[in-house]
Design a protein around this ligand. Structure first.
Ligand code: JHZ
Length: 419
């Protein structure tokens, strides 16, 4: 395992109050240790330089039931130069986004006078579908590389962080939006209330914000602990979202459950109350299983430890029998999995990833070299640890040749199994 460097104070802050309701009664229930930043890949030349590392403790608020990590790493550090995540590398995500846009276009007549804004628009993977339909768009994203890639494909993009201040400027310069999209971004912002107020600011009175985020329930039920890392400050239940949005005069009027990212929610938020049964039923279900109370999270830490023990035993056993092991997906969640489980180049030779911006770099902490997927065919390792397990079906189908030649995958969650 590579050396890590404890965080310089100026780069992060330990929170003592709830990010949503400001309660001081946060109850910690999982400690993943001091970990490097999951999306901060390491250059070969820097492999002996200690990496910035920060505590990763998860807590629940007993008052508004929001699950959150207690450390806030500055966004400039998290999303700065060379942020490697480009949405367009996943065909499944591209199809998912296109279907989302087509459904919105069917529900709401939009044309040349309309405006669709996406917060964290990345490389334009979603908005491109509106551009194709002749609907004006504005993407907002702080990461330089992905924002430039979006511009290149004709998606107008503001290269900035979305804050309440920026929301006011956007409203003044571009007018309010008919639709605001925000996929996998609400959990990433430190000023949770400012961000939600910003959404209200840029939304038309009859507009709708369509927001997606990983859902807390499958995270807990399927032990998807590796989706916890410093970029993800919050882990949402519908109950916690309801408290948060109502505080800003916004209402969760509809909810859909999605399979993407290990189980996600898509909420339809409007500045007027017209709550559909989908929301009422899910809120009641969460209450029935106790997802709104700290007691629900008590056994989680033990289940995470069991997964770590089981995966370690499996990998150590295979390694000691002389089998070669690689990994698939230099995902942020992969960094949490490897670092928490103490897996590194002593057992796993390399990781493959289709994202050419990640190839040639090393995974944070574990320092697995990132190579192109063809390396699985060329080297035919005996086993491949599936770090991007959320895309398992897609990846297993792509790897038919490797599997036909005898290659096997290890799927780590909810408990390690070989396929
Ligand atoms: P992926 C990302 O997390 C980034 P990550 C971010 N932190 C976030 O919030 C969540 O999503 C929701 C590769 N791959 O997207 C691409 C292939 O190589 O699940 C990715 O590097 N071949 C903003 O990074 C990685 O795997 C393929 O066929 O944990 C998957 O990472 C496919 C489908 C993917 O999430």
């Amino acid at each position: 395992m590579a050396d890590t460097m404890m965080r310089p104070e100026a780069l992060s802050k330990t929170e003592t109050a709830c990010r949503s309701c400001d309660s001081k009664a946060l109850t910690p229930f999982l400690d993943l240790g001091i970990t490097p930043l999951a999306d901060r890949l390491v250059r070969q030349n820097d492999k002996d330089t200690p990496e910035l590392s920060f505590p990763l403790v998860v807590a629940v608020c007993p008052d508004c039931s929001l699950v959150q990590i207690t450390e806030t790493v500055k966004p400039e550090v998290l999303f700065a130069d060379a942020y490697p995540y480009y949405s367009s590398f996943s065909p499944a995500l591209m199809a998912h986004s296109r279907d989302n846009v087509l459904a919105r276009l069917e529900e709401k007549p939009l044309g040349g006078d309309s405006l669709v804004i996406e917060l964290a628009s990345n490389d334009g993977y979603l908005l491109r579908n509106y551009v194709e339909a002749g609907v004006p768009v504005l993407g907002i994203d702080p990461a330089d590389g992905p924002a430039a890639a979006a511009e290149k494909i004709g998606v107008r993009t503001l290269n900035d962080f979305f804050t309440l201040d920026l929301a006011r400027k956007v409203r003044e310069e571009h007018g309010p939006a008919d639709i605001v999209h925000g996929n996998n971004v609400l959990a990433h912002v430190a000023d949770t209330n400012g961000f939600v107020e910003g959404i209200r600011t840029i939304l038309k009175p009859d507009g709708v914000a369509v927001i997606e985020m990983p859902y807390l329930r499958p995270l807990i039920e399927h032990v998807e602990f590796d989706t916890i890392y410093h970029e993800h400050l919050c882990y949402f239940s519908l109950t916690a979202l309801d408290h948060l949005f109502r505080r800003h005069g916004l209402y969760l009027n509809r909810v859909e459950q999605l399979a993407i990212h290990g189980g996600s929610l898509r909420v339809f938020v409007q500045p007027f109350e017209a709550v559909e049964d989908s929301v009422k039923t899910m809120l009641a279900d969460e209450k029935a299983i106790g997802l709104d109370s700290p007691a629900y999270f008590e056994g989680f830490s033990k289940r995470v430890e069991k997964l770590r023990t089981d995966l370690n035993l499996m990998i150590t056993d295979l390694h000691s029998k002389g089998y070669s092991i690689a990994a698939y997906g230099a995902a942020a969640k992969g960094a949490t999995m490897l670092n928490f489980c103490g897996l590194d180049t002593s057992q796993i030779d390399f990781v493959v990833d289709r994202n050419v911006n990640k190839q040639g770099w090393l995974m944070p902490g574990a320092h697995l070299p990132i190579r192109e997927p063809e390396a699985l065919i060329n080297e035919q390792p005996d086993y491949v640890l599936m770090l991007a397990w959320n895309f398992a079906d897609e990846i297993l189908a792509q790897q038919a040749e490797y599997r036909a030649a005898g290659g096997k995958f290890i799927i780590p969650v909810p408990s390690p199994r070989i396929v």
